[in-house]
Design a protein around this ligand. Structure first.
Ligand SMILES: Nc1nc2c(c(=O)[nH]1)N[C@H]1C(S)=C(S)[C@@H](COP(=O)(O)O)O[C@H]1N2
Ligand SMILES: [Mo]
Length: 385
């Protein structure tokens, strides 16, 4: 593993066992010719826009509007490598490091029998909206041009990370928790102890009522609500508890703010941003007359308080209606009744959450090299014909 800390790395033997299991499964899979190559799930073009090798964003306009929950089959996928296939019966979660008094190892069966909690929370990729740095600010950022669909809401069931850490006996000087993945990439992403102990930070084993699918982290993943998706480590195999913040690729090279507006060393991304999006194709083609414009909005801090829509590119805004469930750190659907007249136009939503957090004006949107956390209101193009 590439995690660099004073304490020993994860057990090689455990890793090899698991990767051996994965290789066996991968061999089976290749005989069955998966639809998408590196991912297990199907990526029908009406549901997904494919990106890079192992990633796909959801067409938010394809989702059923009677629920806030993203069906698992439609949930975006963001992988740094091919999806590993890990057998539950050889899997274990190791908890160790200088910050725990009683290092332990949990089997899948043990994890399932521990007290579990249920939380409906969203995940959003830090690179969601990257396309707009180029399209709206005319300052391209490196990486795939994701639009709005690197966002999904699921009902997660799992064990509180706090519960597991307490079982391992947190020492008074424990300060950082680093979940480490079992995929070949050695993906790891540290968080401070306070975030690890939050009520809704989970080691999740269930997504929307079923075991996690392979692409979303089977047998278990971390869910770190409100933080960039990158913190929610999939295929987790170890939790390293340390006194100091470990330096790993995912908080020194990736998922950091690089650019002239940011200090050096570059600060790692943590919390996400308030967003609102139009759930229509890009561009949308609509007939004239009264048209309900559907959308979604979400906040990493709590509930959405209101959504407004501008029809004049952000000069003036009018209220939209919130519809259905409005869930903290998950999102809400909204609707705006448009009197559409033939021609080209844009619809620009913006949201404010219950604590008054809103979206920055485009002029205040900071640029960063990797195109993370675009938060300004986006004019969604409509052709009325
Ligand atoms: N092990 C591992 N965990 C990972 C990743 C990864 O590549 N490997 N990608 C992260 C990123 S960048 C995001 S946005 C979310 C995406 O979760 P999803 O694919 O279930 O939607 O997983 C995170 N966890
Ligand atoms: Mo991500």
């Amino acid at each position: 593993m590439r995690i660099i800390v004073a304490s020993p790395g994860p057990s090689r033997r455990q890793l090899l066992t698991l990767l051996g299991g994965a290789a066996v499964f991968a061999a089976c899979r290749s005989r069955n010719a998966p639809t998408s190559g590196a991912l297990v799930k199907a990526l029908p073009p009406e549901t997904f826009i494919p990106h890079e090798l192992y990633c796909a964003e959801t067409r938010l306009d394809s989702l059923p509007t009677d629920s806030l929950i993203t069906p698992t089959a439609s949930f975006y996928v963001r992988n740094h490598g091919p999806t590993p296939l890990i057998a539950a019966d050889t899997w274990s979660l190791r908890v160790d490091g200088e910050g725990v008094a009683r290092p332990l190892s949990l089997s899948y069966a043990q994890l399932l029998t521990m007290p579990s909690v249920r939380a409906i929370r969203y995940l959003e990729c830090a690179g969601n909206g990257r396309a707009y740095f180029d399209e709206l600010m005319h300052r391209p950022a490196e990486g795939s041009p994701w639009r709005d669909g690197g966002y999904g809401v699921a009902e997660w069931v799992g064990v509180r990370l706090a519960e597991i850490l307490h079982r391992a006996g947190l020492r008074p000087n424990a300060a950082w928790v680093t979940p480490i993945s079992l995929d070949g990439e050695g993906y790891a992403r540290p968080m401070p102890l306070a975030k690890a102990l939050a009520d809704d930070t989970l080691v999740a084993h269930t997504m929307n009522g079923a075991p996690l699918p392979p692409d979303h982290g089977f047998p278990a993943r971390i869910v770190v609500p409100g933080w960039v998706g990158a913190a929610s480590v999939k295929w987790v195999g170890a939790l390293e508890v340390t006194v100091r913040q470990p330096s790993v690729k995912m908080n020194t090279e990736e998922y950091v703010f690089l650019g002239p507006d940011y200090p050096k060393p570059p600060p790692p991304l943590t919390t996400g941003v308030v967003k609102s999006v139009v759930c229509l194709p890009w561009p949308a083609v609509l007939p004239p007359g009264r048209q309900p414009i559907p959308g979604l909005a979400w906040s990493p801090f709590g509930r959405i308080a209101r959504v407004e829509v501008s029809l004049d590119g952000g000069q003036t805004y009018r209220p939209a209606r919130l519809v259905g469930d409005n869930l903290p750190v998950a999102g809400v659907r909204w609707q705006f009744d448009l009197d559409a007249v033939p021609g080209d136009m844009t619809v620009t939503p913006r949201a404010v959450d219950e604590y008054g957090n809103g979206q920055p004006d485009l002029a205040a949107q900071k640029w960063n090299e990797k195109g993370y956390l675009f938060a300004a209101p986006v004019p969604h193009p409509l052709h009325i014909v």
